[in-house]
Design a protein around this ligand. Structure first.
Ligand code: ATP
Length: 438
């Protein structure tokens, strides 16, 4: 645990990410764009795995959930109804000495946390990116890049209800990009200006909202644990009454012990019927739900678990990163959960000049690639090849050697234990399938 506290860890993770192709600074050849990031070949695999694991758990494995994929651009009235136009602003203060800008709600004292200098009066900073639709440059054509995916779910509540014929309690799940013109951006992908969210709006009866709120706090916490995050690095922070939005009756953050301190990974809020009420009023549409059992018509309450893909990505990386001292020197390992690791298997021919070995290895690579992401590497000695795969969290390395030509077996090495087993080539696919499905 102590390792997590070292600021050096953040530097190690950032440099590993860049060196091995997890994350690059956006538009890097032009000097980069502040707090906007690109996911490289390994990053995109890992990010897709996180989203897929979330989707599997929340959509495939439940019968009270539907999926949705809304557009990023929406009618500008959506943001008036949601309160984002007008309210979606952070109060910012500037240090008069070092000129650094800070979010007022992040400060413990009324002075600059960096240099102790005096601060300006707080000023509002609206976080939404504005743009224009069509070619008319007047205010009627002004629209916003969505700052959260949630509103797309609320405005489609009736569409999903009518087409899926779900009965409450049920939820709608969505993963997608959001944009916030964050002023105090930073800490790698923790706070970005363009990021992805994984959100659920869970609709239920008012009297059951508190029960579902508690359920979702536990369920979401459990998901991070099941995906391999050390429970000691996770905690729930319940918001005090004066922190809550006026319509919310409860809100809890799942926090992770990042190297820069405990910070929000995901928020779970009990939002009452506020959102549907607002959209019903602004759109003048009936968004009520009719309960055929009780013959009642009402606006459902909403419980919202809202997490960030990029923050989860960073937490998984930080949590999985370790350096082990072995007899022959240190080895860096990303001990990622099997569902999250970007590369599942690597096929490594021991002698790249031996055409028979190469032929078997390439055939194995082709076969295994049908099931999961597999790479082939013959560009170094075996010790180095193992280290390379350990550093990016590859679960199994399959080595083809001279003996393979006669005994038709290969060596399978497991990442964490480094244990090696000889497995028959004919049984390899099944062997790995069992490992990955367990
Ligand atoms: P913070 O207080 O850290 O700005 P928030 O409370 O504004 O976060 P929410 O509006 O609750 O965040 O958004 C839900 C989730 O979306 C967050 O828990 C986080 O995982 C993710 N998220 C929000 N803003 C960003 C951002 N700028 N970059 C990356 N992820 C973000």
């Amino acid at each position: 645990m102590t390792q997590k506290k070292e600021p050096q860890l953040m530097q190690d993770i950032t440099s590993l990410s860049k060196r091995r192709g997890f994350v690059f600074l956006s538009s890097e050849i032009y000097g980069g764009l502040g707090s906007v990031w690109d996911y490289g070949p390994l990053g995109v695999e890992m990010k897709n795995n996180i989203k897929q694991a979330w989707w599997k758990r929340n959509v495939y494995q439940r019968y009270d959930m539907e999926g949705l994929d809304c557009s990023i651009l929406m009618h500008s009235d959506v943001w008036k109804a949601s309160g984002h136009v007008g309210n979606f602003a952070d109060l910012m203060v500037d240090c008069k000495e070092c000129k650094k800008r800070h979010r007022q709600d992040h400060l413990k004292e009324n002075k600059c946390p960096d240099c102790g200098g005096a601060l300006t009066e707080p000023r509002e900073f609206n976080l939404m990116f504005k743009t224009q639709i069509g070619s008319m440059e007047d205010s009627s054509a002004e629209i916003f890049l969505r700052p959260e995916t949630a509103q797309g779910i609320f405005v489609n509540f009736k569409n999903v209800l009518n087409t899926s014929r779900k009965k409450i309690p049920f939820g709608i799940a969505q993963i997608g990009k959001s944009f916030r013109n964050e002023v105090t951006a930073g800490n790698f992908v923790f706070r970005c200006r363009e990021f992805e969210q994984m959100e659920i709006e869970f609709f239920c009866r008012g009297e059951e909202a508190d029960k579902w709120y508690k359920y979702w706090v536990n369920e979401r916490l459990q998901w991070y644990k099941d995906m391999g995050i050390d429970p000691l690095n996770l905690k729930i922070r319940e918001h005090a009454k004066d922190e809550l939005a006026h319509y919310a009756s409860g809100c809890s953050d799942i926090e992770y012990n990042f190297p820069f301190g405990w910070s929000e990974l995901e928020g779970i809020a009990n939002r009452g019927d506020y959102d549907l009420k607002q959209h019903a009023e602004f759109s003048k549409q009936d968004l009520t739900y009719f309960d055929t059992k009780t013959n009642e018509r009402f606006l459902p309450f909403v419980v919202e678990p809202s997490g960030g893909v990029d923050r989860a990505f960073l937490a998984f990386l930080v949590d999985a990163y370790r350096i082990e001292e072995l007899e022959n020197g240190p080895r860096t390992v990303l001990g990622l959960h099997k569902d999250i690791a970007p590369i599942k298997t690597a096929v490594l021919p021991l002698l790249k000049k031996n055409t028979e070995i190469v032929e078997i290895a390439k055939k194995l690579r082709d076969d295994l690639s049908y099931d999961r992401r597999t790479v082939y590497d013959d560009t170094a000695a075996i010790g180095k090849l193992y280290r390379r795969q350990d550093e990016i969290g590859t679960l199994y390395c399959v080595t083809v050697d001279v003996d393979s030509l006669t005994d038709r077996q290969v060596t399978v090495r497991e990442r964490d234990s480094m244990l090696q087993e000889r497995i028959s080539i004919d049984r390899l696919k099944e062997y790995l399938r069992e490992k990955f499905n367990s």
